[in-house]
Design a protein around this ligand. Structure first.
Ligand SMILES: [Zn+2]
Ligand SMILES: [Zn+2]
Length: 348
């Protein structure tokens, strides 16, 4: 089979390898759609301490396909079924799983290798995070379940009231999905990002107002711009950071109104820190939440949402490319020519 292998930062090869064999409880999936993701692009450029522990390594984690083989003991799935798998599954046994924080499981075991013609789904994911896709849902749309599940994690912890102003900072793939989901949940979204194209897309996905960060060169101006558009200058009810830079975190906490909620969604490089005025926490009583990953419940909810037809997947998936053009797809996204690309390893 064809498979993309990472040999180090920036070193990617498309190779011909053996189709992997499966063990008891596992399932082999023929990958019909894999999607590019910001995390994969970062991993390709600079490596990833958690996702890639050694080289060479397969990678890619947003995908769907058809079951081509089932291991002994697998009951719920059969050959030929259309499925989507999450890139992890919680253990159910550890301290955090027992407390109900399953996204913080001590043993998530992240799955990699979607940029290939076949992928083995480990037993735990088969049992907890493998879902059948309805006939009317396309493979590429279903593959959006994972990023949408992550974004639903933020939305579900936001306690939105109708008409709340939500500012989304950063309009990469995740920022755009967040814009869409908050809009679908009744919020008035202010989308802040760089470049006309991304701002246009944010409007298509439901943003009521936009702030072009490229036109603003000073952080205080950006804070002012967001505040001016929300609650008569008081600040947004909710602000979500979807960039993952300490400087942006610092800016984001200053955009919320008194008593408001700040969600720090974008993960920063490990070891970094940020500072903030203590009065924001005490006298202005703002709440700050970090959001990480997803849960089996959210993953299912994401697929249900996609199946309902409410998600504008056409605005998020920018085009189809063969596996051989994976690097090209990454560079297109880096240049903001597209949001997510559908990688088709069987492209003819
Ligand atoms: Zn992803
Ligand atoms: Zn656990």
């Amino acid at each position: 089979m064809k498979c993309a292998m990472l040999y180090g930062p920036g070193k990617l090869k498309i190779e011909e390898v053996e189709i992997p064999s499966i063990k008891k409880g596992e399932v082999l999936v023929e990958v019909r759609a894999a999607l590019t993701c910001g995390t994969d692009i970062k991993t390709y450029i600079r490596g990833h301490p958690v996702l890639i522990r050694s080289y060479p390594s397969p990678f890619g984690h947003e995908f769907s396909g058809v079951i081509s083989q089932v291991g002994t003991g697998v009951k719920r799935f059969t050959k030929g079924m259309k499925v989507v798998a999450a890139n992890s599954a919680p253990c159910g046994q550890c301290y955090f799983c027992k407390k109900g924080y399953v996204n913080l499981c001590e043993d998530l075991r992240l799955l990699n290798g979607a940029y290939a013609q076949y992928i083995v789904i480990p037993e735990r994911i088969v049992n907890k995070n493998l879902l059948e896709i309805s006939d009317h849902v396309s493979f590429e749309d279903a593959a959006l379940s994972e990023p949408i599940a992550c974004c639903l994690n933020a939305v579900c912890q936001s306690d939105i009231s109708p008409g709340d102003t939500v500012a989304i900072i950063g309009l990469g793939p995740i920022g755009l999905i967040l814009t869409h989901l908050y809009h679908l949940n009744g919020a008035k979204v202010i989308a802040c990002g760089k470049g006309e194209k991304r701002l246009e897309l944010s409007k298509i996905l439901g943003a009521s107002l936009t702030v072009d960060a490229e036109e603003i060169h000073d952080e205080t101006e950006e804070i002012k711009a967001v505040k001016k558009l929300s609650n008569n200058g008081r600040g947004a009810d909710i602000v979500v950071e979807a960039v993952g830079k300490p400087d942006t975190w610092e800016m984001t906490v200053k955009m919320v109104r008194r008593g408001g909620l700040v969600i720090l969604f974008g993960g920063c490089p490990s070891g970094t820190s940020f500072t903030m005025d203590t009065s924001l926490i005490h006298y202005e009583q703002i709440t700050i939440k970090g959001i990480f990953h997803h849960t089996p419940k959210l993953f299912k909810r994401a697929l249900d949402l996609i199946s309902s037809g409410k998600i504008n997947t056409k605005a998020i998936i920018s085009g189809r490319r063969p596996l051989e053009k994976l690097e090209e797809a990454f560079s297109l996204v880096k240049k903001k020519k597209g949001v997510k690309y559908f990688i088709d390893a069987f492209y003819k």
